[in-house]
Every structure is written in C-alpha cells, then in structure tokens.
Design a protein around this ligand. Structure first.
Ligand SMILES: Cc1cc2nc3c(=O)[nH]c(=O)nc-3n(C[C@H](O)[C@H](O)[C@H](O)COP(=O)(O)O)c2cc1C
Length: 223
C-alpha cells in the first residue's frame, strides 16, 4: 500500500485532521504529515493542543497519556469514536513520517516519490489560493503541485463561509486541474446525533476518495 500525504493548514476544523490521522493509522497506512504554522494555531485554539513544528512528536497531536486526555476536547472525541475503527486489536498500526513545512528536501516535494495521494484537511483559503496559482512557497503547496502535475489524487478540504468570488475561482481552478474539492460540509441524511457523527461523515467521504474501506457513517440507501 502506497503512502498517503496529509497536510493540515490554518482553517477551522482541527478535529477533522486528528480523526483522519487516527483512521489512516488504524487502516495501517504510512502517513507523511506536514502542518503549517497557522495549523498549529488552530490546533491550540480549537483542541488545546500544543504542537511544536520544530520538534514534532505524534503525541502532541494524538495524546496517548491519560492525564493529558482528561478535560481535553479530544477526550470527548475519543469517547464517541467508532471502536471498531480504532480498536487496539488492529495492531500493527500504520506509521507517521513528519516533515517540516519548510523542508523542500522531503521526499514528498518530488514527483519521483510515490504516494497514493494527498489530502489537505482542512485547507485554508490562503493555501487554496497558493496552490491554484502554482506558488509552491512551502512544502504543502509544493507537494500539492507535485500531485497535480503527476496526475495523482489531490483532495482539498476547504473551510470558509461565506465564499467570495476569488475563493470560488480558486476552487474551480483546482477542480479543473484535477483536484477533488471536498468541502468540510457534512450531510445530515445519516441522522447524526453527535459532533463526531458529523466529523466522521466528512472523514469517511475523504477515505472514500482515497479508496480506503472504512464505514464511518451510515450511507444513503444502507439499511
Ligand atoms: C483559529 C483560526 C481559525 C481560522 N479559520 C480559518 C478558516 O476557517 N478558513 C480560512 O481560510 N482561514 C482561517 N484562518 C486564517 C488562516 O489561518 C490564515 O489565512 C493563514 O494565513 C493560513 O495559512 P496557511 O494556509 O499556511 O495555513 C483561521 C485562523 C485562526 C487562527
């Protein structure tokens, strides 16, 4: 199974990133992870997580220490997640390779490095605009550019409302270039009861695009 690139940028919705990472690891995938400085700000503002981009450890994003989990918003998430997906019996789990957002020597900056695709979740309007205009000023933009030019799967998960014409045009440019634009826009037809039912709807739709077979939500037409 080829590796997956997961980038988080500074849009609201940090919980989507953490949940997606958990699900990819439970699916035994190798994840190349990179975060922008604004993503670290959002992780702190929304989940109370302190992520050090210069000295990253996975436990900063997915706390494993029970004391860190107490009173954490992630604790709520954990208690509501689908046990079958996160079961400890799923071991051996996948692995994470972290890349600093300024490290242009990372493998994922090159088209010769093989991946199964890239997800930017959530994707800020700033990153969306940079990719739509081919700027490649950080590793996230560059890796996205590479996925487009190599005709590999690029899934962007924008989060903003309302949307202006520049943002809509940038989304169209990316869709025309082959990207999947998958807004963090959960449906309600699966009768969600919790925030995490909504989170899992979006994460499940991302996994569908990656061809990862997990059932995180009740599909339309499913009994
Ligand atoms: C708590 C917080 C929430 C934000 N939410 C959004 C958002 O939902 N969408 C967006 O496009 N930008 C949002 N921003 C602004 C971006 O983080 C900002 O434009 C930044 O330059 C994006 O940089 P990046 O694309 O390199 O991550 C938010 C910023 C903060 C601190």
């Amino acid at each position: 199974m080829a590796d997956i690139v997961l980038a988080m940028t500074g849009a609201s919705g940090a919980v989507y990133t953490v949940r997606l990472l958990q699900v990819l690891l439970a699916a035994r995938r190798t994840v190349h992870l990179t975060l922008s400085p604004a993503a670290a700000q959002v992780l702190h503002a929304e989940l109370g997580l302190n992520v050090n981009l210069d000295d990253f450890e996975l436990s900063q994003l997915i706390p494993i220490d029970e004391t860190e989990l107490q009173d954490s918003k992630l604790n709520m998430m954990r208690s509501q997640t689908n046990a079958s997906v996160l079961s400890e019996s799923d071991a051996p789990l996948g692995s994470v390779e972290y890349h600093h957002f300024q490290d242009f020597s990372a493998g994922i900056a090159s088209g010769s490095f093989r991946t199964a695709g890239m997800v930017i979740c959530p994707c800020s309007m700033g990153t969306l605009g940079s990719i739509a205009n081919g700027l490649s000023t950080n590793l996230i933009h560059r890796a996205a550019d590479v996925h487009l030019k190599e005709r590999r799967k690029l899934i962007v998960v924008p989060r903003e409302t309302p949307l202006g014409s520049i943002q809509l045009e940038n989304m169209k440019r990316l869709a025309d270039a082959g990207a999947v634009v998958l807004p963090a826009m959960p449906g309600f037809y699966h009768n969600p009861l919790t925030i995490h039912d909504l989170v899992d709807f979006v994460v499940g739709r991302i996994c569908d695009q990656l061809g990862i077979g997990v059932d995180l939500f009740k599909r339309w037409g499913q009994d």
